[in-house]
Unconditional design. Structure first.
Length: 318
């Protein structure tokens, strides 16, 4: 009961609870230190660093770590991470990181055994591509989220990723995207979010072939592009081969009205991005939504753009 209540409190309020009642202390402290946002340039985190470095009990409570470290002169403030045991972290987010520091940090046992890695700012990967190779070589890695410019990747191993959120800003067929998708074992990937610069007609069969080994196990699929004016419809050809699909998110121009009758019966959530205008004629949309409501599909959420005229359609399927 206490754990559920503390989830709704702010960090400062949970800290107060640690002082209010001795019986609350173990639960409140576990909530307080479960997720650490550590910035080496924040003066307040200097005392936190001392606590984490000197107290094995407090270190043992950390499960999710967010690191913001823009200046390598403060490397010593991250030495406490080396004290964390293997498998203690469930996720790590790198917000800012100099290349020189990341090379050593990525070799700490707790970081190497983390199952989920998110990279908010990828400068340290662009400046030192071997850091990406190091992350991909983490033996227990199941989830990766990163936005990159096209860069060379030398990786000969096998990935067992279940979740991949990948943005690649590049012209043509990004070698980086191909290298990562081809390295993932077939029948392993369940969630895929892709952000590409664009998707031209000759890119569609190329991307379809890359995704084909992962079709049988995909439960979540999202494809979006930065330049929708150079984007061709691809979704209709993909969803026919994804029997397990439960959620689908389509970027602008990646779909047409032909998508609706092809939706798999187990699909629960559908998101269709659009611009200021409707993606296709309103009457056609209303007929499609009506058919969805009358069908036996499991669809419970439908979101189409941000246009006010879609409010009624969104509510109809919720």
């Amino acid at each position: 009961m206490l754990l559920e209540i503390f989830q709704y409190l702010s960090q400062d309020e949970v800290a107060v609870c640690c002082l209010l009642c001795h019986a609350w202390l173990p639960t409140a402290r576990a909530v307080l230190y479960r997720r650490i946002h550590f910035s080496t340039v924040n003066p307040r985190d200097r005392s936190l660093e001392l606590t984490l470095r000197t107290s094995a009990i407090i270190r043992g409570l950390v499960r999710h770590l967010v690191v913001s470290h823009p200046d390598s002169s403060h490397d010593h403030l991250l030495e406490w991470v080396a004290l964390l045991p293997e498998h203690i972290l469930l996720s790590v987010i790198f917000e800012r990181m100099p290349p020189s520091t990341s090379s050593s940090l990525l070799r700490y046992r707790a970081i190497r055994s983390v199952p989920q890695v998110t990279i908010s700012r990828s400068d340290f990967l662009q400046d030192e591509p071997s850091n990406l190779t190091t992350i991909l070589s983490f033996p227990y890695l199941e989830g990766l989220s990163v936005l990159l410019k096209s860069m060379p990747l030398q990786f000969d191993g096998t990935l067992r990723l279940r979740r991949l959120s990948l943005g690649v800003v590049a012209e043509g067929h990004p070698q980086l995207l191909a290298a990562i998708l081809q390295a993932i074992e077939p029948h392993c990937l369940q969630k895929l979010d892709l952000l590409l610069s664009f998707l031209k007609a000759d890119d569609v069969p190329w991307l379809t072939d890359l995704l084909r080994p992962h079709f049988p196990t995909l439960k979540h699929l999202a494809i979006r592009t930065l330049d929708h004016t150079r984007t061709e419809a691809i979704m209709e050809g993909l969803i026919e081969s994804t029997p397990q699909l439960e959620t689908l998110a389509c970027g602008r121009n990646t779909y047409t009205s032909k998508l609706f009758p092809l939706l798999p019966p187990q699909l629960r959530s559908l998101t269709l991005d659009s611009g200021d205008n409707e993606p296709f004629p309103r009457e056609e949309l209303e007929r499609a939504v009506t058919r969805l409501r009358r069908s036996q599909r499991a669809l419970t959420s439908l979101t189409i753009g941000r246009h006010p005229s879609y409010l009624r359609q969104r509510r109809a399927c919720v």
